[in-house]
Design a protein around this ligand. Structure first.
Ligand code: KIV
Length: 269
């Protein structure tokens, strides 16, 4: 049940931001292509994130680090064509904003101008506040991302739960003060997720950050059982499409080999 505009009016950044004040929870999911974005949009999600998780669940890399800006632009264009209502947020990949605030504005601008995203997401709190502010000053809405920041996986020593409350609260404040309209909070203990949510006025979108956040985000392939390599504890599996796809493919192979496909109804006369 969504409390934001029904189809087909687009969810706006101010509406997304204002959901927190009304106590309306926000449902966010990742998508990377037209067909899945259309299904997600028609299901009533409030925002679709074209995440750099595409590097793992679509491209098969062990981390998101190899993903390029041009790849996110390509996937965002595909997603935008499938969306009528949800806010579309595109990820800034590794090393497309960390070099300088100027680099952040230039590349974030491409995601709006060339790809059609409504907003961008970038990772980091205190250390990225100048980049967030520069984008916002240029009229580019920014979703922050604190806690486990996967682009820093090697600094962090792995995809680990982040527990340093003081640093995380400082990150959350920095992201809000820099002008972000919301922030992802990834892999923190639930009580800390609740604490961060209470400390800021913009929506927190949790992923492995407990039920106290203002919204939740899941990776499309994780929630549908389409990514066999790794299943994070926080990723509830809402369907097992991986098994359904394998069963269907096995039936197809069998029928091609035994000659029962194509049947008369699949054949032109
Ligand atoms: O890239 C991504 O999909 C993300 C989400 C996990 C928040 O950053």
């Amino acid at each position: 049940m969504s409390t934001l505009p029904p189809a087909p009016r687009q969810v706006t950044v101010p509406e997304f931001r204002a959901a927190k004040a009304r106590g309306a929870k926000l449902a966010v999911v990742t998508a990377y292509d037209y067909s899945s974005a259309k299904l997600c949009d028609e299901s009533g999600v409030d925002a679709i994130l074209v995440g750099d998780s595409v590097g793992m669940v679509v491209q098969g890399h062990p981390t998101s680090l190899p993903v390029t800006l041009d790849e996110i632009i390509y996937h965002t264009r595909c997603v935008v064509r499938g969306v009528r209502r949800a806010l579309v947020v595109a990820d800034l990949p590794f090393l497309t904003y960390q070099v300088s605030p100027r680099q952040a504005v230039k590349n974030a601008g491409r995601l709006l101008k060339e790809a059609g995203a409504h907003a961008v997401k970038l990772e980091g709190g205190v250390r990225m506040q100048d980049a967030v502010k520069a984008c916002v000053d240029a009229g580019i809405p920014v979703m922050g991302h604190i806690g486990l920041t996967p682009q820093a996986v090697h600094m962090l020593g792995g995809f680990k739960v982040q527990r340093e409350a003081e640093a995380l609260l400082a990150d959350a404040a920095a992201v809000e003060n820099a002008g972000a309209f919301s922030m992802v909070v990834e892999s923190v203990p639930a009580d800390l997720g609740t604490q961060i949510t209470a400390a800021v006025t913009i929506p927190t979108i949790g992923i492995g950050a407990g039920a106290g956040c203002d919204g939740q985000v899941l990776v499309f392939h994780d929630m549908l059982g389409l990514y066999p390599d790794f299943k994070p504890k926080f990723a509830k599996r809402y369907a097992d499409l991986g098994t359904a796809v394998k069963t269907a493919m096995e039936a197809y192979c069998r029928e091609v080999k035994d000659g029962t496909f194509p049947a008369a109804e699949h054949t032109f006369r």
